[in-house]
Design a protein around this ligand. Structure first.
Ligand code: SAM
Ligand code: SF4
Length: 332
């Protein structure tokens, strides 16, 4: 049988990581992510779960070793755990890791199922440990539910990484306490710079916190030791003292790591975006429906041919977002 061609872009980067946005919908409305009256895609525009699986499996056949299911909120999509089970069967058959990013609101109900599907690590967004602040930032979030979901996932043997977007005057003062909590709980922590993706109800420039300043503050309070491991993304990592906790800084604005980028993103509509920060995409839904595997391969190759060298994010007062798509559409 002929081997499926590997995924190498025109800049020589090998693509081994696929993020799949299984829905653009969400049960929260985090202020930095979407507007309160966010419009979602009509349901008939979405790929079926079977189609999402078929596309992901083709990526695995072509060399993708890591898949992250995301959204929107992946756990609001019906059939999500079926998808996780189907892709989980590829672990050891090309796929090394199946993971998920979630807001945690529905995590308690599915933690055992995700673990049974082979999910060993997940990212949970948690921007504050104060219930009122948490509700304010997410507009509808229930901190106790999210903490319950995290506890259920940990009890099911799933390692937790907390995602926290650093926000001026909303949670910046809580970052040291969040890191201390993660160390105490045995979780990793990724701090994220707010990115200019899609319109929201406020000016992102008013909330932007450069992680360079956050790092200086944290390194005075904690014993941070640089960890060279890289995920091919915009993150840099540190060990926190002798604890197992890893601190990650995702700073696409103040530090650009596009040279090592190894990822592409599939939207729930079937569009393949080769870069989070650009509008170029190819339509895998049409390719799959009209051309089967050969059509899919040709469309994937087309996306690799247009993957840009780098994103060009900037946050300035009054500036339009770098791209009109929200993170929830492309899959964060
Ligand atoms: N709903 C899930 C969640 O919140 O974890 C998964 C999707 S969400 C889009 C993925 C990650 O992107 C979350 O950690 C969220 O905090 C982050 N995010 C969303 N919008 C962002 C933005 N404009 N800039 C930076 N991070 C953002
Ligand atoms: Fe929903 Fe995640 Fe966006 Fe928050 S960050 S609104 S949880 S998609």
């Amino acid at each position: 049988m002929a081997t499926a061609p590997a995924l190498i872009d025109r800049h020589g980067r090998t693509i081994s990581y696929l993020r799949v946005s299984v829905t653009d919908r969400c049960d929260l409305r985090c202020r930095y992510c979407m507007a309160e009256d966010m419009r979602f895609l009509p349901r008939d525009a979405l790929l079926e779960i079977d189609e999402l699986a078929a596309i992901a499996e083709r990526f695995i056949a072509r060399g993708v070793t890591k898949i992250r299911l995301t959204g929107g909120e992946p756990l609001v999509r019906r059939g999500m755990t079926d998808l996780a089970h189907r892709l989980g069967r590829q672990i050891g058959n090309g796929l090394d890791e199946l993971t998920l990013t979630t807001n945690g609101m529905r995590l308690a109900e599915v933690a055992d199922d995700l673990s049974a599907a082979g999910v060993r690590r997940i990212n949970v967004s948690l921007d504050s440990l104060d219930p009122d602040r948490f509700r304010h930032i997410t507009r509808h979030g229930d901190l106790a539910r999210v903490l319950g979901g995290i506890a259920a996932a940990a009890a099911a043997g799933i390692a937790i990484k907390i995602n926290m977007v650093a926000l001026k005057d909303l949670n910046q003062d809580e970052i040291p306490a969040m890191l201390a909590w993660c160390v105490e709980q045995g979780h990793d922590l990724s701090l994220i710079e707010t990115m200019p993706l899609g319109s929201i109800d406020e000016d992102r420039a008013d909330r932007f916190v450069p992680l360079t300043a956050v790092f200086d503050d944290l390194s005075r309070r904690f014993d941070l030791v640089r960890d060279a491991r890289s995920t091919g993304g915009p993150a840099r990592y540190w060990r926190v003292g002798a604890s197992p906790t890893r601190l990650g800084l995702i700073s696409p604005l103040t530090a650009n790591f596009c040279d090592g980028c190894n990822r592409v993103r599939l939207t729930t509509e079937g569009r393949l975006y080769a870069c989070l920060g650009h509008d170029d995409q190819v339509d895998l839904k049409v390719a799959l429906r009209t051309g089967g595997t050969a059509g899919l391969d040709a469309a994937i190759d087309e996306a690799l041919a247009i993957k840009p060298a780098r994103h060009d994010f900037r946050i300035a007062a009054g500036a339009a977002p770098a791209v009109g798509r929200h993170m929830s559409v492309t899959g964060g």
